[in-house]
Design a protein around this ligand. Structure first.
Ligand code: PLP
Length: 357
């Protein structure tokens, strides 16, 4: 069986040696030593000034919306995982979809201004597959119209754009450390931000508003990462560069094998140093995609339709139509990509695809 992705599990002895520190301390959550150590090591690895580790990658989106005091309409992308949209709705705001760029699949920055109304308070965009949005254009639009910018950077671990971490862009940027993501803590995530004044707001929000044990500083929720999660992160982090290298080799093999076929691969925005987090392939038609998917599944190979359906078709939303996102969402299939995917498996997958086209 070949899944779309496989979680990297560190050697159990490594994980247990780190866990032992929590046992010795008798402390397994509430920002213990391991969470603090992971935050420090991540700052160093990613070259970001600060971050807050969280228990998943969805709460940071909700916390960012709260901390920036957003109301009304938030301009967003229909081509992402559902959490991008559901967080907006969950926080009582209205998602306003702007269609995506036909090559990069990120929000089409040239269509944002037309979607701004007096009720617009922010732009929440996804660097989908780790491919950067046009962050410079979005920043200009945001400044001009006094909007906040949040990036769902769930796919961006280790990606740099114009020489710095992609997490450094936007007012707040969020990541997911879910087991299916490149760097993981089982479940987990993080908040990134530049403005030191935001630190307090985000920090209190992620821990019930606690300011010490008896005082509260505003509203909060529980988004804390536990020591058990942090221990996994500390065991995975030293391996992450090798994981990216292994994925790069696998991805290059896909590129070589698929380039002669009538399918399109992801086009990266220039100045991006990528993390090979996904291997999306765009077919000519949905019918072709379904044929390929079925052929692969018959061979016990399980690609995934990331990201389908286009989020502007969600049943609890109405009134927008993003034809490019809908077209891409129906034709894109993510092929298996992980650190120890065999070269022979990639050959087999590419042969099966070729036979269906
Ligand atoms: C995975 C993902 C999330 C949610 O992260 P969780 O850690 O699963 O809560 C949010 N946005 C995008 C784009 C994702 O891919």
């Amino acid at each position: 069986m070949i899944p779309v992705t496989k979680t990297f599990l560190p050697p159990q002895v490594v994980y247990q040696a780190i866990l032992k520190q929590a046992w010795d301390a008798g402390w397994i959550t509430n920002r213990g030593a391991l969470v603090k150590q992971l935050e420090q090591e991540l700052c160093h690895y990613l070259q970001v000034p600060q971050l807050i580790a969280t228990t998943n990658g969805t709460l940071p989106l909700q916390i960012a919306i709260k901390a920036l005091d957003l109301r009304g309409e938030i301009i967003t992308t229909p081509f992402s995982y559902v959490a991008t949209t559901s967080s907006i709705v969950w926080e009582g705001c209205t998602p306003v979809f702007v269609d995506i760029h036909p090559e990069y699949f990120t929000i089409d920055e040239t269509k944002i201004e037309a979607a701004i109304t007096p009720n617009t308070t922010a732009i929440l965009a996804t660097h989908v597959y780790g491919n950067p949005c046009d962050v410079a254009a979005i920043e200009l639009i945001a400044k001009k119209h006094h909007l906040k910018v949040i990036y769902d950077a769930a796919h961006c671990f280790g990606v740099t754009y114009k020489g710095q971490s992609l997490f450094n862009y936007g007012d707040v940027s969020t990541c997911s450390f879910h087991a299916t993501k490149l760097f993981h803590t089982g479940e987990g995530g993080a908040l990134f931000f530049k403005d030191p004044a935001l630190y307090e707001r985000l920090f209190y929000h992620h821990n019930f508003g606690h300011a010490g044990s008896e005082a509260f500083q505003g509203l909060g929720i529980n988004a804390k990462m536990s020591e058990l999660q942090a221990a996994m992160g500390l065991a995975v982090l030293p391996q992450v560069s090798q994981l990216i290298d292994a994925r790069r080799l696998a991805y290059i093999q896909y590129e070589e094998r698929l380039s002669s076929l009538e399918v399109a691969l992801l086009q990266l925005r220039p100045h991006t140093q990528w993390n090979y987090s996904y291997c999306p392939v765009i077919f000519k038609s949905e019918a072709q995609l379904l044929k390929v998917k079925q052929a692969l599944e018959s061979a016990e190979i399980y690609p995934r339709r990331y990201f389908y359906p286009s989020l502007d078709t969600l049943p609890y939303l109405e009134g927008s139509s993003c034809p490019i996102a809908r077209s891409i969402a129906t034709r894109v299939l993510c092929l298996p990509l992980y650190h120890d995917l065999k070269r022979s498996s990639i050959d087999q997958i590419c042969d099966l695809i070729k036979a269906q086209l």
